[in-house]
Design a protein around this ligand. Structure first.
Ligand SMILES: [Cu+2]
Length: 409
């Protein structure tokens, strides 16, 4: 007998990724030889490699997860649903380091390898995780000729007020990071976006093997062989970044995580974190990351913003702020400019330019938001409201498909 295990209801290898949130899965008998019974009892269990990811299961949309699950599967070939989630605290370190085995009695009847793909602290990555990330990022840049140019252009001056200084700041950057992360994953699906915890020392990030070491002139130096050594934006090679703090330490004077999370339990108060710590993290450097219109020229920008998004995610969990329909989850005002109200679509993914709406920039770089092989949300032209319930707490269909290593669901 053989069974087929479908992760995210798909047989495609590109769909074999899970987070802490439940992924819909299916099992079916593909070869019934060995039984005449109408159904068979199949037990599934996760098998983790050393330091690999770990998974758990449940049969329905509610209830507790367990390390094994017994399913009654028709021998006709009809599918049976179940759910798989990564076990919190046990993310993968590479693709396929956890597998699901299906057994009838003691006989192995099916297996599938997958990854618990989770955004992690960049300071703590394995060398393999680090190197796969910078390789994919450098490829997206392709020495200035790649699709990264769109991401740089999206964050330049004309788009400033689409994304900043208003309530949509956090949702806009959440969509922006996901768009970039999906492009990285199209290059290497084992790559999640890492974050820079700017309130803690992160010496491993500012090295020649990772995001580079700044010399006295603010030129970032990479080790020969680091794929970021060919980084190029706006026809200028290299990265300009001059830390105002010793990179063995955290930047001083910005709010730490506990202070940020204590800002208050209403979004309209919490969003002041756009200034401190977010803005202060940016201006703890000279160079391109200092100013919003040039900040996205520096790969570090995306790790800084990943931490901003993580802080929001942590605050959302702490205060239960996932429901876009509840006022405390967002600061929705009719007077906010377009792109910053709950039901507005966001530029540039909506493709709207000042040809039809004078409040929008003259171009909309990059086109629609990147798709995922198995996640429908937040859609090609996300609205602000599509970026709030990011892992599907209120509505499973809102799951954007990412989680953080230290943010429980
Ligand atoms: Cu920004």
């Amino acid at each position: 007998m053989d069974v087929e295990l479908q992760i995210n209801n798909s047989i495609a290898p590109e769909a074999r990724f899970v987070t802490w949130s439940p992924s819909p899965c299916r099992i079916r008998v593909t070869n019934p030889i060995g039984t005449n019974a109408p159904t068979v009892s199949v037990r599934i269990a996760g098998v983790s490699a050393a330091n690999g990811g770990a998974v758990r299961f449940r049969s329905g949309t509610t209830g507790a997860f367990a390390s094994t699950l017994t399913l009654t599967v028709p021998t006709s070939g009809a599918t049976v649903s179940f759910f798989t989630a990564g076990k919190f605290g046990r993310p993968s370190i590479h693709n396929g380091d956890v597998k699901i085995e299906a057994r009838v009695g003691n006989t192995l009847v099916g297996t599938v390898a997958l990854m618990v793909r989770i955004r992690k602290n960049a300071n703590n990555l394995t060398n393999g995780e680090r190197d796969r990330f910078i390789a994919a990022f450098a490829k997206l840049n392709n020495q200035g000729l790649g699709r990264f140019a769109d991401f740089n252009n999206m964050h330049k001056e004309p788009g400033y007020f689409q994304a900043h200084a208003a309530p949509g700041f956090l949702p806009w950057h959440r969509a922006y990071l996901l768009d970039l992360e999906r492009e990285l994953q199209a290059i290497d699906p084992s790559v999640p976006l890492p974050y820079w915890r700017f309130d803690q020392p992160a010496p491993n990030i500012f090295t020649r093997d990772f995001l580079g070491e700044s010399d006295a002139n603010g030129t970032v130096k990479f080790r020969n062989g680091n794929p970021l050594e060919f980084w190029q934006t706006d026809n200028t090679p290299g990265v300009k970044r001059r830390p105002d703090f010793p990179t063995s330490q955290a930047p001083p004077n910005l709010m730490n995580e506990a202070q940020t999370l204590a800002l208050g339990n209403q979004f309209r108060v919490f969003r002041s974190m756009e200034g401190d710590p977010h803005g202060l993290a940016h201006i703890s450097f000279g160079g391109s990351i200092h100013d919003p219109p040039t900040a996205a020229k520096d790969p570090l920008f995306f790790l800084l913003h990943c931490n901003v998004d993580r802080l929001w995610a942590k605050w959302q969990r702490q205060n239960g702020r996932f429901d876009p329909g509840v006022a405390s989850s967002f600061d929705d005002r009719p007077t906010s400019r377009p792109g910053h109200r709950l039901n507005d679509t966001m530029w540039p993914w909506n493709g709207i330019t000042n040809a039809t709406d004078p409040t929008r920039p003259s171009t909309a770089p990059g086109g629609p938001l990147a798709t995922s092989p198995y996640i429908a949300a937040p859609g090609l032209q996300p609205r602000v409201r599509d970026c709030i319930d990011y892992h599907g707490v209120v509505n499973a269909a809102s799951n954007m498909g990412f989680n953080y290593d230290d943010v429980q669901v």
